[in-house]
Design a protein around this ligand. Structure first.
Ligand SMILES: *[C@@H]1O[C@H](CO)[C@@H](O)[C@H](O)[C@H]1NC(C)=O
Ligand SMILES: *[C@@H]1O[C@H](CO)[C@@H](O)[C@H](O)[C@H]1NC(C)=O
Ligand SMILES: *[C@@H]1O[C@H](CO)[C@@H](O)[C@H](O)[C@H]1NC(C)=O
Ligand SMILES: *[C@@H]1O[C@H](CO)[C@@H](O)[C@H](O)[C@H]1NC(C)=O
Ligand SMILES: *[C@@H]1O[C@H](CO)[C@@H](O)[C@H](O)[C@H]1NC(C)=O
Length: 493
């Protein structure tokens, strides 16, 4: 009986353990823009067996939030530096023309681990810079490969995972695998989410080991933030095909790890850069845009457990450092000492009933270099408070050209009801402060910021948000019409 067969039958990697090494590793798998649309998070339409299996082998964090909603580069930079994008300098996309990059004096965990003798690697979508800050020893990414192949060809990606593990199996290692699925596609001939790349009809060839799935648009149950329209359903069916490929990619990567005999000694982390690429989700600090999956699995910790703790993607860096028994790097940016606000989640892996943060934070800076829209948000289990610097929310090109957005605009122009959970004019127009009472309004529709009965809560959250901004040296401290003078917001006139 092969090991894969045992895995298949029991779904438990632990049973197939053969411990051959005394080194340890961290495998960090980052998906693109999945939000919570995964089987393990109770979406029963999309099939994600490999991610679900990872959850069976580890701890699933039910309430994890990305601290950045400025897209993939910012999210990855925060995961790898443990500090928010407004502090590390990666305010938005690294790709041209935006070309955001972290400050030169930032110390990433990859750089730090490499200095400690840990073999570091990154495979897949990188879109990070400068190279001197991240300093991976092994790089097979969009920096040296065709970006579509290295980010969506799960067979090609997993061949590099095998290569890395073969080279470094007897060393401590930190391997990041960053997949392009399920981001929106910039190559329209491959579908809305590049879901047709490498399928049976693609003249460019197929992706060995990938079994493309199809979804029946008209029978899908819609997440609350997606309008019930025919075009949106088609869009969602394409998304699910892309998420399913991501999942099959996770399966190939996990097989490589298990077959190398390294599952037991490796901390495997799965997360995603943000909410799905639909209007109403990606780029928003609402739940739909900032909530992400987080699953952490390794032998020696709890398995098949769900944690309700409020946690942030800023906790991933301290968790990895803690797992290697190393302190978080001590350094300053422009003379200001960096003090991480994240916590190690290692204790929660032993005891998933432990609590996490009292509050978590999310931020938006730039969607693109010409689309600045600072948002700062604080939330706990009862409330979300969001601050918007400007009034008109920008629509990113990838969302603007989506089937769903096109239809929403069309309906709005012809004064038809759009079946959306908020109306388009309200979506585009942001109040300076939005406060949502999650107990009665989990979908964050009714802004109660100006209601007198919420004034104490409002002021409390506003003060906590400001102190987080100050402790992370946030350059966007003040509202429009005000200037920051010695951390005080002073009116222009
Ligand atoms: C999925 O739904 C079940 C039943 O409502 C619930 O107990 C569980 O916590 C949910 N899981 C997640 C990850 O939300
Ligand atoms: C995917 O990668 C494999 C090599 O791992 C290659 O044989 C195949 O042609 C690639 N497919 C596409 C569509 O690029
Ligand atoms: C798709 O779902 C609809 C509604 O449930 C159903 O009527 C239809 O037969 C399904 N189509 C296919 C091809 O299964
Ligand atoms: C959330 O924060 C508000 C304001 O600080 C507080 O009143 C409320 O009790 C908190 N809720 C939880 C569940 O901690
Ligand atoms: C927009 O609406 C018009 C008139 O209702 C319709 O003819 C057209 O097909 C619609 N376009 C899209 C993309 O939905």
């Amino acid at each position: 009986m092969t090991r894969n067969f045992i895995n298949y039958v029991f779904g438990i990697y632990i049973l197939s353990l053969i411990v051959l090494v005394d080194s340890k590793g961290v495998l960090l798998i980052i998906g693109g823009d999945t939000g919570l649309e995964l089987g393990a998070y109770n979406n029963s339409d999309v099939s994600t067996q490999s991610i679900d299996r990872l959850a069976i082998n580890g701890v699933l964090f039910k309430r994890a939030y990305t601290s950045s909603v400025s897209g993939g580069s910012s999210s990855r930079s925060e995961i790898l530096t443990g500090i928010p994008a407004h502090q590390n300098g990666m305010f938005g996309p690294h790709s041209l023309p935006s070309y955001f990059r972290t400050y030169d004096d930032v110390v990433s965990i990859s750089k730090m681990l490499s200095a400690e003798g840990v073999a570091t690697g990154i495979i897949g979508l990188e879109s990070l810079g400068p190279e001197s800050v991240f300093g991976f020893n092994y790089r097979q990414t969009d920096s040296n490969h065709d970006d579509l192949s290295i980010s969506r060809n799960i067979s090609f990606i997993s061949s590099y995972v095998k290569d890395f593990l073969t080279q470094h199996r007897r060393e401590n290692f930190f391997l990041v695998v960053s997949l392009g699925d399920a981001e929106r596609c910039r190559r329209p001939e491959y579908g809305q989410f590049c879901e047709d790349f490498g399928d049976e009809q693609d003249p460019a060839g197929s992706i060995p080991g990938w079994k493309p799935s199809t979804y029946n648009a008209s029978s899908l149950r819609l997440p609350y933030y997606i309008p019930d329209l025919e075009d949106a359903r088609e869009d969602l069916a394409s998304l699910y095909r892309s998420i399913n490929r991501l999942d099959q990619g996770v399966g190939l990567i996990m097989s490589a790890l298990v077959n190398a005999g390294l599952f037991a000694t490796t901390l495997t982390i799965f997360t995603s850069t943000g909410g799905v690429g639909f209007p109403g989700a990606k780029y928003n600090a609402l739940d739909s845009g900032s909530r992400v999956p987080l699953i952490i699995a390794s032998s020696g910790y709890s398995i098949g457990q769900v944690s309700d703790a409020l946690v942030s993607t800023l906790d991933i860096a301290p968790t990895i450092m803690d797992y290697f028994g190393l302190p978080f790097p001590k350094y300053s940016i422009a003379g200001k000492q960096v003090v991480p606000t994240g916590i190690s989640l290692v204790p929660l892996l032993t005891d998933p009933t432990k609590s996490g943060h009292s509050y978590v934070f999310s931020a938006q800076n730039f969607l693109q270099v010409n689309q600045e829209f600072p948002i700062r948000a604080i939330r706990n289990d009862s409330y979300t408070l969001i601050w918007n610097k400007w009034d008109t929310f920008p629509i990113a090109a990838e969302i603007f050209t989506s089937l769903t957005y096109t239809y929403l605009v069309n309906q709005s122009k012809s004064h038809h009801h759009s079946n959306w959970w908020i109306e388009l004019p309200k979506y585009l127009h942001r109040d300076q402060y939005e406060l949502y009472d999650l107990t009665s309004d989990p979908y964050e529709v009714y802004n109660v910021a100006t209601e007198p009965r919420y004034s104490d809560v409002f002021q409390e959250l506003q003060a906590l948000l400001k102190s987080w901004q100050l402790s992370t040296f946030d350059p966007w401290l003040c509202s429009s019409g005000f200037i920051n003078i010695n951390d005080k917001c002073v009116s222009y006139f």
